[in-house]
Design a binder for this molecule. Sequence first.
Ligand code: NAD
Ligand code: UFG
Length: 362
Amino acid sequence: MRILVCGGAGYIGSHTCVALLERGHDVVIGDNFSNSSPKVLARLQRITGVPVACERVDLRNRLALIRLLLRHRFDAVIHFAALKAVGDSCKRPLEYFQNNISGTINLLQAMQAANIHRLVFSSSATVYGDPEAVPVQEGARLQVTNPYGRTKLVVEQLIGDLCHSQPSFHVANLRYFNPVGAHPSGLIGEDPAGIPNNLMPYICRVAAGRSRRLSIFGGDYPTPDGTGVRDYIHVTDLAQAHVDALEYLADNGRSLTVNLGTGRGVSVLELVRAFEDASGRKVPYEIVERRAGDVAQVWADPSLARRLLGWRAQLDVDAMCRDAWRWQFMNPDGYSGRVAGTGRRPARGFAPTNGATSPLRI
Ligand code: NAD
Ligand code: UFG
């Protein structure tokens, strides 16, 4: 299939492009690079051996989108393009509504104009808010606690309305739990702007000596060790689920909404220890006050994705930590630093690899 990947230059989008290309699909990235770097394109080519087509486009520009979709003959769209920082969304909700909701409406209108009927949408476990029970199933009550979460829920709902009004339109709503890790090559990964909010990039930063210690938000949750529990999922497993969802839409002509997680809850302290084992680095930490808006524990029941897509997460927490650390070590300044392994010797202890991960210490 020929796929438009909106937001394909970003963290999850870039890994999904690798999975799509490796599966033989044809990919065009559409991105405004508001939270990514065009440098990812050369890295994608290094990993896959295929030059990746890319168009700079902003989802808020409906006419540009329509022109893009009419210029190509896409079979489907994967839609990653969104602003995603929870705290930031509380400070500037209108920007989030405009980018994430209006941007998606523009995309849907452009898809209608170009007669494209298949969409894979990046939703989030955030639509469950503070779930009543774990593991969370797709039928659980939906509730949101911040403007970012509201954009995900509203978009799921408006896409649902569109599917009802237009039976030929099919969507895969993929509710991600906590994506972490990086491609095993160390060439692409998560490159947060400024000081990271999320746990894994912050652990990487501490391990690299760029921050003195990790603040663990709360040690008195009703969880086995008192710290928050989440369902961390390796980004390459997540990427594969997009390929499976796309093929499901093409083969079955039916919409679906599924959780994408491992089904296993991991506490903050467990993740810190796994990271120390995988990297050989210490991660000093202190336990501080709970972070406002955090919930004690969330993990997925991923069995529906298994039944419908035949997908299940393959990689464990050790692989997540090893690959996150490899990316951090090889790219201390993310995409703005020097390009790892392009003529220069790679960092000692790390050889870029296109294959499976192997145990790694430095
Ligand atoms: P990311 O910021 O790395 O990638 C998003 C990409 O979309 C970026 O390349 C950005 O430049 C682009 N973009 C944003 N607004 C755009 C616009 N108006 N026009 C064109 N391009 C635009 O984020 P990510 O972590 O890869 O997340 C991808 C998707 O998954 C997002 O929709 C996010 O909400 C969702 N999600 C992410 C997580 C997570 O923890 N990373 C969890 C659940 C859901
Ligand atoms: N945490 C710390 N210290 C930090 C950062 C996080 O202790 O410096 C803790 C949090 O309190 C939480 C756990 O680590 O217990 C995970 O926190 P993250 O910020 O990494 O992830 P969240 O589960 O809070 O949220 C993430 C995304 C949301 C998304 C949600 C579900 O940021 O956008 O996963 O997919 F909605």
